[in-house]
Design a protein around this ligand. Structure first.
Ligand SMILES: *Cc1c(COP(=O)(O)O)cnc(C)c1O
Length: 442
């Protein structure tokens, strides 16, 4: 029957789609999938964590890959930061309240979630700014070993900001940019490569790139890699130390639920710390900031990735938000994420009218992040209608429906409901005539 979900992945094998019997109508199908969802939720060891978040039962929130939900206790903690720490202690909070050391302290809280030891991560600034620090510092590290390395390889499907920043970094450092499809990256590395900048998970398709393999290939070619973990930190095990990653950056407002615009993080491998030469050596990166010395002397460790005065309100909201990870294993989060995205794809295959959506997200677990991206010619109208019916995903123009699965607060019943509503919406939104489908503009 027509219920299999077509997939753009020619090499990854079919999406697992054990669909209900060919003669079952929509009601038994919905009953059986809803029943499966209830059983899966009942045995989910992470199910109880949802209560830690402010969410409403009318809504299925599948946009945590853009803005993570609010952990309930953050508002109270921030109230204390504002009223007591700022309002009463005022400047004493820099020392007594631990404000000054927050960037490295919170970096150490993030570290176990991405497989990093203590003292290797510092929090602050945006991801974009940290991409700049990391790429320029990586070029400087590569240059000191071999000045002839004049190429910066950039993931051709990268989130745009990384590409913009890398191009500017290349102009500033006299390097040239080589855009490369991440699938072909290992073959593109060579004696001229200084650095490769790669997204761990593609923000559009949800494809997970091979961090251990690409890192090893870069090292074999004598190059460094900067990984952007925006869509993997808090979603899956990263293993930064284990896989010998050089430098990495990531944001904290997606799967780490730090709040809108919460500060990003920068990882510097221990072996690179002594030579890490930041292009933004602000006074917070000085070994003795309050000496107010005219000459710069870099602090030891990841702290030299700091720049200026940290954004304390956002930073302490993030610190509070990280409490939800207490006792949570990233491996358990990953297992649930894969089960959720498998189940969602199965439900979409069962509910969506034939030929209306195809999955851009790899079927193979080893190549999948924590989101499902569906290509759909009518994506703008469909997403608007989904949102009005309480299923919150997002649109990537012109034709991508994106659904993020945050295992800490999304359950299997949510996945079933989202797919069911998607099926209803697709049945109502008229199919766009062929020919107009590619012309929707940007
Ligand atoms: C979300 C995201 C960013 C965001 O950058 P900001 O500077 O925090 O706005 C950067 N890179 C990737 C891969 C992302 O997914």
């Amino acid at each position: 029957m027509s219920e299999s979900l077509s997939t753009d992945e020619s090499l990854s094998g079919p999406v697992a789609v054990p669909v209900s019997g060919p003669l079952s109508g929509p009601e038994p199908k919905a009953r059986s999938l809803a029943g499966r969802a209830a059983a899966l939720d009942a045995e989910d060891e992470l199910a109880g964590l949802r209560d830690l978040f402010t969410l409403d039962d009318d809504t299925v929130y599948l946009d945590g890959n853009s803005l993570g939900a609010l952990p309930r206790h953050v508002a109270g903690r921030l109230q204390d930061v504002i009223s007591r720490q700022w309002g009463e202690l005022r400047i004493r909070s820099w020392t007594e309240g631990g404000w000054w050391t927050a960037p490295e302290r919170i970096g150490d809280r993030i570290a176990p979630l991405v497989g990093a030891g203590q003292g290797r991560i510092v929090v602050g600034d945006s991801t974009s700014v940290n991409v700049f620090k990391a790429v320029v510092a990586a070029v400087r590290l590569a240059e000191s070993a071999d000045p002839a390395r004049d190429e910066i390889l950039v993931d051709a499907t990268t989130f745009p900001t990384d590409g913009y920043i890398a191009r500017s970094a290349a102009r500033m450092t006299g390097r040239r940019i080589v855009p490369v499809d991440p699938a072909e990256l290992s073959g593109a590395l060579g004696p001229r490569t200084a650095v490769a900048l790669v997204n761990h998970v593609d923000f559009r398709t949800g494809r997970l790139h091979d961090l251990p393999g690409i890192t090893a290939a870069a090292h074999a070619a004598g190059a460094l890699v900067v990984w952007d973990l925006c869509h993997s930190a808090g979603a899956l095990p990263v293993g930064l130390d284990e896989h010998g990653v050089d430098l990495a950056v990531g944001c904290t407002y997606k799967y780490l639920n730090g709040g809108p615009g919460s500060p990003a993080f920068l990882y510097v491998a221990e072996r690179h710390q002594a030579a890490f030469d930041s292009p933004l050596p602000g006074w917070n990166a000085h070994t003795d900031p309050f000496a107010m010395a005219q000459d710069f002397a870099a602090a030891d460790g990841a702290v030299r990735g700091r720049v200026g005065t940290p954004d304390i309100l956002s930073m302490l909201a993030l610190e509070a938000a990280l409490d939800v990870w207490e006792g949570v294993r990233v491996e358990a989060v990953r297992a649930k994420s894969l089960a959720l995205t498998d189940f969602f794809l199965e439900c979409v295959a069962a509910y969506a009218p034939a030929g209306r959506v195809s999955s851009m997200t790899p079927a193979a677990h080893a190549e999948r992040g924590s989101q499902v991206a569906l290509r759909c010619a009518e994506a703008p109208a469909v997403m608007a209608e989904l949102i009005s019916r309480g299923v919150i995903g997002d649109l990537r123009r012109p034709d991508v429906l994106r659904f993020g699965f945050t295992p800490l607060y999304v359950g299997f019943a949510d996945a079933e409901r989202a797919a069911r509503v998607l099926g209803e919406v697709l049945a109502e939104v008229p199919r766009q005539p062929a020919g107009e489908q590619r012309d929707r503009g940007v």
